[in-house]
Ligand binder design. Structure first.
Ligand code: DQA
Length: 147
């Protein structure tokens, strides 16, 4: 199976961006760790990051043609974008929402996720481990479907 890690605004700066909140790993290092966990499960990982809401929506629309699952960190769009929420709801591909930080332990506006009730599961506050957890969850979803 193939899984897309889809990253929203500012996540291209991971590694140097507020490392006390988001950790010191870069996107590529997170994807490398996720891929290492995915490989024995027969899952291949691709990464797509955009700072543009429309590009993320386009990627979600295209996902069913190329991918069996999506690991989505919508970053700040989590808390603002009804359009992104609708895109998640519009595709049959299972989506796992991941946040590096614990969004429930931060500013009140981060407690609201517009995608949370459209995704299969949410992992928040586990750092890069959240992506590994998401891969394990997707592998179970694929297995339950008999793929
Ligand atoms: C984030 C949490 C969001 O609130 C924030 O806007 C981000 C990253 C996380 O991974 O912890 O950019 O999604």
């Amino acid at each position: 199976e193939r899984v897309l890690v889809l990253h929203g605004p500012n996540l291209n700066l991971l590694g140097t961006r507020e490392p006390h909140i988001y950790g010191t790993l870069t996107q590529d290092e997170i994807v490398a760790e996720t891929s290492a966990a995915a490989e024995p499960l027969g899952i291949r990982i691709d990464l797509l990051q955009s700072n543009h809401e429309g590009a993320l929506i386009d990627a979600l629309h295209a996902a069913p043609q190329q991918y069996d699952g999506v690991i989505l960190n919508p970053s700040a769009l989590t808390h603002t974008s009804i359009a992104l929420r609708d895109a998640v709801g519009a595709i049959p591909t299972p989506v796992i929402e991941v946040h590096l930080s614990n969004v429930h332990a931060r500013e009140p506006y981060r407690k609201v996720s517009y995608v949370a009730d459209r995704v299969a599961a949410t992992v928040s506050g586990a750092g890069a481990g959240g992506y590994v957890a998401a891969v394990v969850l997707l592998a179970r979803i694929f297995a339950e479907r008999g793929e």
